[in-house]
Design a protein around this ligand. Structure first.
Ligand SMILES: [Fe+2]
Ligand SMILES: [Fe+2]
Length: 285
């Protein structure tokens, strides 16, 4: 995406609409202080889809492979057989009874750049992870591309959650919000524990740079996530609406700053080898 466009979302009534906005004037400033977030801009509204986010069509998302009843030595061969049978842009959800870390390491070693790994549930009894055969394999993918597709993936889950709340499908809403919250908290950990320290080391900006602002906003995001989950379990629609509006706006602004400043800046500062490390480590969270 060019520097003159942003993505994000707004709640219109009870409908959540994702948008790409063309900034007018285009984004020029590199400092947060010059950021034109509050300047007039035109919106082109559209909905976020999983296909746009991570290259997987909705109809190619239904497959599940539950290996809990299989003998341990049969599990990995079956999982790789399933992965190898996927076409580009298809996925399956692996269901397991323990954290599948050795499996991830095997994927990283044998299928570098060909897969995506998006955990949906992480214990204590069940682990679920969405494994995707990437549409365009790319072992040299950038941090920007990786983190941005996670933003969009999360936007898409959040959109599904809001639709479920609107239709009062509370079980769906609760499952979807758990996926959203888990995904966003992992994403924030990837930033705070893996990416930001690299950025801070390269720029020397530790106490007054953009990562300080991002970390502060992450705290607000965490609070909102926990509150929305509580209110979803309690089926409190009106409170969910208000907090959803807040988190949607906060994320639209926050993600834009990361996608246009922090991530590209990180990509330009670090070497290819380090970029790879950041992404590999982020997948293990
Ligand atoms: Fe962030
Ligand atoms: Fe982010």
């Amino acid at each position: 995406m060019k520097n003159s466009a942003i993505n994000g979302g707004v709640l219109l009534g009870k409908e959540y609409i994702f948008y790409i906005a063309r900034l007018d004037p285009p984004l020029k400033g590199r400092e947060f202080g010059e950021h034109p977030i509050n300047k007039p801009r035109r919106f082109k509204l559209r909905r976020e889809t999983m296909e746009n986010a991570i290259g997987v069509k909705e109809e190619a998302m239904g497959k599940t492979l539950d290996v809990r009843d299989m003998a341990p030595k049969e599990r990995h061969p079956k999982i790789f057989e399933t992965f190898n049978a996927l076409k580009a842009g298809e996925s399956f959800v692996l269901v397991n009874d323990h954290e599948p870390k050795p499996l991830l390491y095997q994927f990283q070693a044998e299928h570098d750049g060909q897969f995506d790994w998006w955990p949906l549930e992480q214990g204590p009894a069940v682990w679920r992870v969405m494994i995707v055969r990437r549409k365009e394999p790319d072992p040299e993918r950038t941090v920007t591309e990786y983190m941005q597709s996670d933003h969009r993936r999360l936007d898409s889950i959040f959109g599904r959650f809001l639709a479920s709340v609107k239709e009062k499908r509370w079980d769906d809403a609760s499952g979807e919000f758990r996926e959203f919250s888990l995904g966003l908290k992992r994403h924030i950990r990837a930033e705070e524990d893996i990416l930001f320290p690299v950025f801070e080391e390269k720029t020397g900006m530790r106490d007054a740079g953009p990562t300080v602002v991002m970390r502060m906003e992450h705290k607000d995001i965490h609070e909102l996530l926990d509150r929305i989950l509580k209110n979803t379990d309690a089926k409190e629609d009106s409170r969910i609406s208000a907090d959803s509006f807040t988190i949607a706006n906060l994320l639209a602004d926050h993600n834009m700053k990361e996608e246009h400043i922090l991530y590209p800046e990180s990509d330009s500062l670090i070497e290819e080898r380090e970029r790879k490390e950041v992404i590999k480590k982020a997948q293990t969270l």
